[in-house]
Write a protein that binds this ligand. Structure first.
Ligand code: SF4
Length: 225
């Protein structure tokens, strides 16, 4: 299958009953400030060029963010932070991401989520992470020949990325590399290429409002990819 076919298949996946119910309920109830807008209400596929040297692995769409706009990190506070930083790093054509038709393009970076549907309280279950893992495996297969760095937002993205590279037969250091902001590990693809795994605190409001993640910290990680 081509990347476009996989994206199309992901966008109609209904494998997790709890998440299907939630994503569709949010899309009907809508947040008051978005009442006049259409909601996507489906899984969010990968975003960005397949041959990007940087792959960013996030957590999941926000209920009124990507679950509304259909595009990863678009239309929410996490995205405000991430896209502003990507723009500063020369990895996005504009600093804001408001809706799927706003003209934004990613440059040399591709963004995927661990779980492709918005979970209640942003907390997917272990089963849901496991059920969605094959979609990450599929996206990693497209990225694998091109990727130089995998940047993981939060420990859930870190663990999902390690799972996907293991499924793909990559060499992973032992003991298992631990997540942390700025944590690094060198992975090796089956054809012997080195790819760096890099940890970064998630761009969620929980971290950016409290100062746990600052713009400087995010910029420094992006510069190192
Ligand atoms: Fe499908 Fe993943 Fe959404 Fe579950 S979270 S319904 S596996 S796309």
């Amino acid at each position: 299958a081509s990347p476009a076919e996989i994206a199309a298949r992901i966008s109609v996946c209904r494998a997790c009953p709890r998440l299907v119910e939630w994503r569709e309920l949010v899309a009907v109830q809508k947040r008051a400030s978005f009442a006049g807008q259409p909601y996507w209400g489906r899984p969010a596929p990968a975003l960005g060029p397949v041959d990007a040297p940087v792959l960013i692995v996030g957590l999941a769409p926000a209920a009124n963010g990507a679950n509304r706009t259909g595009r990863n990190f678009t239309g929410d506070r996490s995205g405000d932070w991430l896209y502003a930083a990507l723009y500063r790093a020369g990895m996005a054509t504009q600093p804001t991401a408001l809706h799927a038709g706003d003209g934004l393009r990613l440059l040399g970076v591709r963004i995927v989520a661990t779980v492709r549907c918005a979970p209640p309280q942003n907390k997917p279950t272990t089963d849901e992470k496991r059920t969605c893992a094959p979609w990450l495996d599929a996206d990693l297969a497209f990225s694998a020949p091109h990727v130089r760095s995998i940047m993981c937002l939060g420990s859930i993205g870190w663990d999902a990325a390690l799972g996907a590279v293991r499924h793909a037969g990559w060499e992973v250091p032992r003991p298992k590399p631990k997540f942390g902001h700025g944590a690094r590990a060198v992975l090796r693809t089956p054809d012997g290429r080195e790819v760096q795994l890099v940890g970064c605190y998630h761009v969620s409001q929980q971290n950016t409002f409290t100062g746990k993640l600052t713009e400087d910290m995010l910029d420094e990680v992006l510069r190192s990819l």
